[in-house]
Design a protein around this ligand. Structure first.
Ligand code: VG1
Ligand code: CO
Length: 558
């Protein structure tokens, strides 16, 4: 076959967001749309003669897109493609494969937790040789290229059989299909104390585990760990067959969308429940009557890591969270005397710190938790980390079974508690959202909220102490990211943050994050909604959010 040069025209809006380009499947199916974007990636990263990894979360359009990448990549002169079997690699597994095989980069086909299927979402994301999402200077370059593209090149050979493990060829290009799970399983076995976990689960029969894959990509990974390695019964996993439309569900592990897990945990009195998202980088930890908010989860993992997780035996390099995430992990860092960072939303900001050897464990409030074992957040890693911690805690307490709740209360007693909640207003008008942001910016510039005292119906009163727009200068490469969220601080240390989502595929999504810290032990067992009621009222009042957006209630509360 010969290289063909296909004429094309640029499409508007091929701008990669917080985590790649995410659009409706129908948008990707437009003539040349996907091809343009792939060519733009290859041109921007200079992939000639290199090895690239391809993997996806199994959603609709993944297999076809893998073949499209082969056509364009081969014509472009990519030397080799390493592909997960059937085009499947969870996002953390892809990050690991890139690192382990020293690939030049990887193309990950996912729209994460967004629903899949012909009428839902698809996505394409580029990761660098460190295994992490491309930084802004690279995604900007890709975007710029999409705006000037006039042709793309293809080489047409019969499609590669993605189900056959082993080496093959696509025309002049080497192709290797690899098992989707085994490298990742090996990675986790080298990190955690599986013997300790197994011993605990074997000897504590009334401590039951339930993992819900939500029909996303993690099913086979969780099965390999929980059923095949830890020898838990088949009943400890559910919804673990990946489906192209995720069974019609919304594969997002939170209390709203992971109701299949929540219901089963409550009904069957499961002590340890967990779920992950479509592409496997998010996690939720939820036991009978005990929900772990992600901001607490990362703080607790950080607190216990050195003591019980072999990978962290020699100590923590540093800790970090995204700006909207609660400060719970900061208190752990301060107590342990390690440095801690506050970065903008999105995992790529953590990668620089990890590459520089200054960060071990980090997380986001959006159910993302991880460490420097790879350069993506890692849902299954977080779940096994919790099992490791529970096993260690129970070893120390031979006479009483320690569950999630006990771990949480213990943590609050040691560090205090940060109530945290996020309100999402999805698919609102971009114009209305823009006006709300402008009004907040005006307040920030003029300082017109500072000193204001606001009363809530709970009897609480909050006085604004500071308003600011979050700008970040990367401590390693000094790159600057501006306007990463608007912060309103109150004199009691509480905080509200407003931010526009960068991952939506339609309209705008406004996120409101609320956080309130307490050392009052009588608050430690309270429901989050109760603890934050007054502050939420005040946040809605000062932002005039309902008036601007014309909506009464958020679409999702986490
Ligand atoms: C959201 C979350 C953010 C996360 C990102 C990607 O971004 O808030 O914390 O890193 O999704 O997660 P945004 O811009 O919509 O707020 V995933 O699981 O989609 O790769
Ligand atoms: Co995800």
């Amino acid at each position: 076959a010969q290289v063909k040069e296909i004429p094309t025209k640029p499409y508007d809006g091929q701008k990669p967001g917080t985590s790649g380009l995410r659009k409706r499947v129908k948008v990707f199916q437009q003539e040349h749309y996907t091809e343009n974007f792939i060519q733009a990636i290859l041109d921007s990263v200079d992939a000639k003669g290199q090895t690239l990894v391809i993997g996806g979360d199994g959603r609709y359009l993944v297999p076809e897109t893998v073949q499209t990448i082969l056509k364009i990549g081969s014509a472009h002169g990519v030397a080799k493609f390493l592909i997960g079997r059937n085009g499947i690699l969870s996002t953390p597994a892809a990050s690991n494969v890139i690192r382990k095989y020293k690939a030049y980069g990887g193309i990950i086909l996912t729209a994460s937790h967004n629903p899949g299927g012909p009428n839902n979402d698809f996505g394409i994301k580029y990761n660098m040789s460190n295994g992490g999402p491309a930084p802004e200077n690279v995604t900007e370059k890709i975007f710029k290229r999409t705006k000037e593209i006039t042709t793309y090149k293809t080489l047409e050979y019969p499609p590669v059989d993605l189900s056959k493990i082993g080496a093959t060829k696509y025309g002049p290009t080497d192709v290797e299909i690899i098992d989707s799970v085994s490298d990742y399983l090996g990675l986790l076995e080298g990190i955690f104390d599986f013997a300790l976990i197994k011993n605990f689960l074997d000897s504590t029969l009334d401590f039951r585990v339930l993992f819900d894959g939500l029909h996303g990509v993690t099913g086979p990974y969780a099965r390999a760990i929980l059923v095949d390695t830890l020898k838990l019964p088949e009943s400890s996993v559910q919804n673990c067959v990946p489906l192209p439309d995720f069974g019609g569900g919304h594969p997002d592990p939170n209390l709203t969308y992971a109701h299949s897990l929540v219901e089963a945990v409550e009904k069957n009195n499961i002590q340890f429940g967990a779920a992950s998202d479509g592409d496997g980088d998010r996690n939720m930890i939820y036991g009978k009557g005990a929900f772990v908010t992600p901001s607490d989860s990362v703080a607790i993992i950080a607190d216990w890591a050195q003591e019980c997780i072999p990978y962290f035996k020699s100590g923590l390099k540093g800790l970090a969270r995204s700006m909207p995430t609660s400060a719970a992990i900061d208190y752990v860092a301060e107590k342990k005397g390690v440095e801690h960072f506050e970065v903008p939303t999105g995992w790529k900001f953590f990668s620089n710190l990890m590459d520089a050897g200054r960060l071990s464990i980090c997380g986001e409030e959006s159910f993302g938790t991880g460490s420097d074992h790879i350069r993506e957040k890692d849902g299954v890693w977080a779940i096994v980390a919790w099992l490791n911690i529970l096993a260690a805690a129970n070893k120390k307490s031979p006479n009483k079974v320690i569950g999630i709740k006990e771990i949480l209360l213990d943590h609050y007693e040691k560090y205090g508690r940060s109530f945290f909640s996020r309100y999402d207003y999805e698919e609102v008008s971009s114009e209305a959202a823009g006006k709300m942001v402008d009004a907040l910016n005006k307040h920030i510039v003029e300082g017109s909220l500072v000193g204001k005292e606001l009363k809530a119906t709970t009897g609480e009163s909050f006085t604004v102490s500071e308003t600011k727009n979050f700008d970040y200068t990367d401590p390693i490469d000094k790159s600057v990211s501006k306007n990463q969220g608007q912060i309103v601080r109150f004199s009691d240390g509480s905080r509200v943050v407003f931010r526009l989502s960068g991952t939506g595929s339609q309209g705008a999504t406004v996120r409101m994050y609320v956080e309130k810290y307490t050392k009052d032990a009588s608050q430690f067992t309270k429901e989050t909604g109760e603890g934050l009621k007054g502050l939420i009222e005040v946040a809605l009042t000062i932002s005039k959010l309902k008036e601007f957006l014309g909506v009464e209630k958020p679409t999702v509360i986490t």
